[in-house]
Write a protein that binds this ligand. Structure first.
Ligand SMILES: C[S@@+](CC[C@H](N)C(=O)[O-])C[C@H]1O[C@@H](n2cnc3c(N)ncnc32)[C@H](O)[C@@H]1O
Length: 294
């Protein structure tokens, strides 16, 4: 007779299996996968430990377990992730949004709030550009939470990323973001912006060899690396932001580990007043700059 697999059997088996495969948080991972297949909240599994899974449920679960054991990120397997209170679809065409990036969104929202509280009545509409928008996470989180009238733009070089960003806007009923294709290393948008934000590809060729399999073997290379020293996009930004920002404009860009001093120096040399903000781990993570007003 075929073995009957209950929820508890599967949790116990999956925990041991994922442990052996070097997967992080093995029991939690298994619980999340089972809950996803059964379309239940994870907590509900605890009241149904003896529930057996049907053949088709087991088939779906088996394929998900196989993918996670091959170190594919859980978010790609589930097809979605949470970012700044929204649920966003993610596919291997885009970087999985990171918690550090929520810090960037938080900084920008707080600063905009202060700016509007001191702005004069004739202030033109705020325009915000997100360079390398990927899933659209930064532009969409800003659009959803901004308390001023604003138009947002998200650009990317990847058609697949742009298609996903547009569908994430729809999924979250956000209408004030426009997405478009531009290779920012080659071309410029035709207008200026009040605020520019970006989380660019910043991993150097050397550091690409050190990545966990979840990142290095599964996330898109175009989102991770500049195929050089990790500084290509910041050098380009220092060159183009003076042209792209309105007179009272400012920018906030995310940086990788150990890049803070170099990135800040690039922008300072380009004539910006700069500030570096640390992340939760105390690592310099965001460089902010505004034009020096004489
Ligand atoms: C680190 S990911 C950031 C994605 C998203 N903003 C986030 O924070 O999760 C960098 C993004 O830049 C895009 N990108 C790479 N090269 C680019 C280029 N030359 N011009 C415009 N976008 C580019 C990638 O496709 C990718 O979506």
């Amino acid at each position: 007779m075929e073995k009957v697999w209950t929820i508890l059997d599967l949790i116990t088996w999956g925990k041991a299996y994922f442990e052996e495969k070097g997967v992080d948080s093995p029991r939690l991972t298994m619980e999340i996968l089972i809950a996803h297949v059964l379309q239940k909240a994870r907590i509900q599994l605890y009241t149904q430990f003896d529930r057996p899974l049907g053949e088709s449920e087991l088939t779906t679960l088996r394929s998900m377990i196989k993918r996670r054991a091959a170190r594919e990120p859980l978010q790609y397997i589930l097809g979605e992730t949470d970012f700044f209170g929204m649920t966003l679809s993610v596919t291997p065409a885009v970087l999985i949004p990171r918690p550090e990036t929520e810090l960037l969104v938080d900084y920008v929202l707080n600063r905009l709030k202060k700016d509007t509280s001191t702005a004069n009545e004739n202030q033109a509409e705020t325009t915000i550009l997100d360079i390398g928008t990927g899933s659209g996470c930064i532009a969409l989180a800003l659009a959803k939470n901004i308390n001023a009238s604003a138009t947002l733009y998200g650009l990317d070089v990847s058609d697949d990323a742009l298609a996903l960003a547009r569908s994430n806007a729809e999924r979250n009923e956000i209408t004030n973001v426009q997405f478009g294709k531009i290779d920012i290393l080659e071309a410029l948008p035709k207008r200026q912006f009040s605020v520019i934000v970006s989380n660019p590809p910043y991993i150097s060729t050397t550091d690409m060899n050190e990545l966990e399999p979840e990142v290095g073997s599964h996330e898109p290379k175009v989102a991770l690396t500049d195929n050089a020293d990790g500084m290509t996009f910041y050098r380009r930004f220092a060159e183009i932001f003076p042209i792209m920002l309105e007179e009272r404009g400012w920018f906030a860009v995310e940086m990788g580990f150990g890049q803070g001093v170099m990135v800040e120096a690039l922008f300072a040399d380009a004539g910006f007043a700069t500030l570096v903000i640390n992340d939760f781990a105390g690592i310099p993570r965001i460089c902010v700059g505004s034009r020096k007003l004489l």
